[in-house]
Design a protein around this ligand. Sequence first.
Ligand code: SAM
Length: 198
Amino acid sequence: MSHYFENDKNLKSELRELSYKYNSSFFTFNSDNGVFSKNKIDFGSKLLLETYLADELNNKKVLDVGCGYGLLGIVISVVTNSYVDMVDVNKRAVHLTNMNIKKYKDFKGSAFISDAYENVSDLYDVIITNPPIRVGKSKVLEILEGSFDHMTDDGVLYFVIRKDQGALSIKKILESTKTVDIINKDKGYFIFRVKKSM
Ligand SMILES: C[S@@+](CC[C@H](N)C(=O)[O-])C[C@H]1O[C@@H](n2cnc3c(N)ncnc32)[C@H](O)[C@@H]1O
């Protein structure tokens, strides 16, 4: 069985379109076999996105790690007038994100392939991620703990993890060096915000 985070050239393409509305802004996303939550916007991603948007951080430089078909980064760029880079290790996900970016003339940023921060060289005000839990805890920690090396000094990390996927044990690990705030919870999904500097 192939997982959404693998690169599988033999996986047949069957494009489909997902839609999303935020206030008066309407978005559509091309999705496909082989990407995360291909048929439906994931509840945790939507909760993370809307919790982030409620913080009203405008004109920021943002990095979305594990962008999938581009939901978080595209909506954030358009709604908050921010510059957003998006990375994913999955080639099909980055291809879809690039297709989706083209639909929004107000989008500012880029999408490129990267295993965690391998190809990331800039510094960001915000790093946001719905991390790839299925890949394993060490990759999730590489993405979360590694985020602080790719941020400005006043940078902030936002992420979502489900309680039954180890949210509280990850919180505890991050708390050895940072203050970790749970800023929203719904249906077992926790939204975390972590500032680089106390
Ligand atoms: C839970 S999904 C979130 C997708 C998207 N952000 C969303 O909210 O719909 C996690 C994403 O991380 C990607 N991923 C897995 N391993 C990765 C890695 N080592 N580096 C970067 N992205 C990775 C997967 O391909 C997947 O798109």
